[in-house]
Write a protein that binds this ligand. Structure first.
Ligand code: AGP
Length: 617
């Protein structure tokens, strides 16, 4: 949720930290703050609003330091997004500063205890207890050991947290702790970095160190020491980040989202790359689940949130059709509260682009407790969900900075198709040549996405003409239904409009009462190939809403003339197999929502109230 940066080394810490925060602003942008150490003193500044406000304040009233620095961009949980509640939080002696991502669940009891000891609280945040607790613990230990004090503090905290702290006692040291929230170390030459995401330090180093659950790291310019909460050294996983700083730049686009939509052909191609052997067999070794384990699967349960949930809904159609295994799909936040039936023969597929969504992570943990096997589909190497799963299939979309998921969604679909086909292969549900035929069709998807991107200009114009609409409805059937849901979600989160999706067959059971003169209704039409019954039924649905005054915006296969008479606007997409159609039919929805939001003057990279990864439940 929040973004965290720490730096220690010869460069001016303030500059490194603020530039790192700029790359993490997508994680939260209610407020931002920094703390740097210099000449035995702690210098902080923090401002409500976007990072630009903090930058402006720092220009007007510069602070400087020659020691370590930390910074934070906030997504408010406890306390309004104002200057006082912004991080860092300092103790009453201005000796210790701390930034935090997560929620300290027992903060109220700790606050009472600290107030009784004389600590004066300035903010309404849960985080401030950590700064006072760290300070009092450091004082009572009397040994000046900030890492030791941090370990003691962590043992008293409940909830999810990444904490990063500096102290005037040791100005060339940054100490951080991690439980349930992300934190990664960047190893440089004579300098080291800490951040919620590698994007913050990728301009300086691509050598990263993964921090595990309940670990504390002491960062100095020339050393990185990681221990558990008892102070015992732990083995760490080091890795090389295979994308560079330019991948996290806007590349001339006004918004990351615009760039990320255009990157979709490459993202899907990279996700499919290297997953088929010369003899046409799928190889998904990184899944770490043996063919024997996959043959034993009796039920699949897909868990995810938001856009990733929509990918799961589409996957269900493919998996059940190709593998004949029952497949349930559920929003992760509901999953563990309904006592789901899981056992060793259940394969749980957790879809999360960030690998950090707390709802999904908690569902994964629950599933593993029930002895189900968990396979993650994830875009962020080394993130928590794949680390805690039995296996993983990484998507290769590259960094997605825009808060609205676009390219990661298409790559999640590609990954789901690969898993479905692989399961069909190992379980002998399909002959090699059948699998090869679908793989060959999948391989053409990047080209088909290019075609859609080349022809979406009318969608942009349409979006601008609808900027004053109050409501847009979306209809779909079969795999087109989750696509309609994704279209509605994009419009809500970017354009702040009422948007709702229905399975078109449900229309007559109630929602048709919503139709009135001029109401825009977007309809995703299945392929007409083979005189598909579904196709004909949805054409009837289009006629039903049009007869009641709706303005119909129809997304249909090129050459499907049957829909033209009933379409106020017809958006043509390339003809592809039905199950794969979401890969192309989603793109006009993304462009529509993005352009409509831009027409309303909204910031599509940082929509109000949202954050890229939701690391609180
Ligand atoms: C998508 O546009 C949203 N920003 C959001 O719904 C997102 O898909 C959801 O929070 C899940 O995130 P994850 O894939 O990182 O777990």
């Amino acid at each position: 949720m929040c973004g965290i940066v720490g730096y220690v080394g010869p460069q001016p810490a303030l500059e490194v930290v603020v530039n790192g925060l700029a790359r993490l602003e997508y994680r939260g942008y209610d407020s931002a703050g920094v703390a740097v150490l210099g000449r035995g003193a702690l210098h902080t500044d923090k401002r409500a609003g976007k990072l630009a406000n903090l930058r402006r304040a720092l220009e007007e009233r510069p602070i400087s330091g020659d020691g370590a620095g930390i910074g934070h961009t906030r997504w408010a949980t406890h306390g309004a997004p104002n200057d006082v509640n912004a991080h860092p939080h300092v103790d009453n002696d201005n000796r210790v500063a701390i930034v935090h991502n997560g929620i300290i669940e027992n903060f109220a009891a700790l606050r009472l205890e600290l107030e009784e000891q004389g600590c004066k609280f300035l903010s309404e945040t849960d985080t401030e207890v950590a700064s006072h607790l760290l300070s009092t613990t450091l004082a009572s230990r009397g040994d000046g050991d900030l890492a030791g004090a941090m370990r003691d503090v962590c043992k008293r905290l409940e909830g999810a947290f990444t904490l990063v702290a500096v102290s005037t006692d040791d100005p060339d040291l940054v100490v951080a702790a991690r439980r349930n929230s992300p934190l990664v170390v960047g190893r440089g030459e004579g300098e080291n970095f800490l951040a919620s995401d590698v994007a913050a330090f990728i301009a300086h180093t691509r050598e990263a160190v993964e921090l595990g659950q309940d670990q504390v790291v002491e960062l100095r310019a020339d050393s990185v020491v990681v221990t558990d909460y008892d102070g015992d050294p732990v083995e760490v996983n080091e890795y090389h980040v295979d994308w560079d700083a330019s991948a996290a730049e806007k590349d001339g686009y006004d918004y990351f989202m615009l760039k990320e939509i255009v990157e979709q052909p490459r993202a899907v191609a990279d996700t499919l790359l290297g997953r088929v052997t010369v003899d046409g067999q799928l190889t998904l070794d990184e899944m770490r689940l043996s063919p024997a384990e996959l043959r034993g699967v009796e039920k699949i349960v897909i868990i995810a949130c938001g856009t990733s949930y929509h990918a799961g809904l589409i996957a269900k159609y493919a998996v059940e059709h190709w593998c004949r295994i029952p497949c349930e799909v559920e929003v992760a936040s509901e999953f563990r509260y309904r006592d789901p039936i899981l056992d060793q023969q259940t394969l749980v597929i957790a879809i999360s682009q960030s690998g950090e969504s707390m709802d999904t992570l908690m569902a994964v943990r629950y599933a593993r407790e029930q002895r189900a096997k968990v396979l993650a589909i994830c875009n962020v190497n080394g993130s928590t969900i794949p680390r805690e799963s039995d296996g993983v299939l990484y998507t290769h979309a590259g960094p997605e900075v825009g808060v609205a998921a676009t390219k990661t969604f298409l790559t999640q679909l590609a990954a789901c198709y690969l898993i479905g086909l692989y399961l069909a292969q190992v379980r002998g549900m399909k002959f090699g040549d059948e699998i090869n035929a679908v793989i060959a069709q999948l391989a053409t998807m990047p080209e088909q996405i290019e075609k859609v991107l080349d022809t979406v200009q009318p969608v942009r114009e349409l979006a601008h003409s609808l900027a004053d609409a109050d409501t847009v409805l979306f209809l779909g059937r079969h795999v087109g239904y989750p696509v309609a849901m994704e279209g509605a979600l994009k419009l809500k989160e970017l354009a702040y409009m009422h948007a709702e999706a229905f399975a078109a067959g449900e229309l007559k059971h109630g929602p048709i009462a919503l139709i009135e003169e001029g109401l825009p209704v977007v309809v995703v039409v299945p392929s007409p190939k083979g005189r598909s019954v579904l196709h004909d039924k949805i054409v009837s649905n289009i006629q039903e809403v049009r007869a009641r005054g709706a303005r119909t915006i129809v997304i249909a296969e090129e050459g499907d003339e049957s829909v033209r008479p009933y379409s106020d606007v017809l958006i043509e997409i390339p003809a592809v197999p039905t199950l794969l159609q979401p890969i192309v039919s989603t793109i006009p929805m993304q462009v529509f929502a993005c352009e409509l939001a831009l027409a309303k003057g909204n910031d599509v990279d940082q929509p109000r109230n949202l954050a890229k990864s939701v690391t609180v439940e």
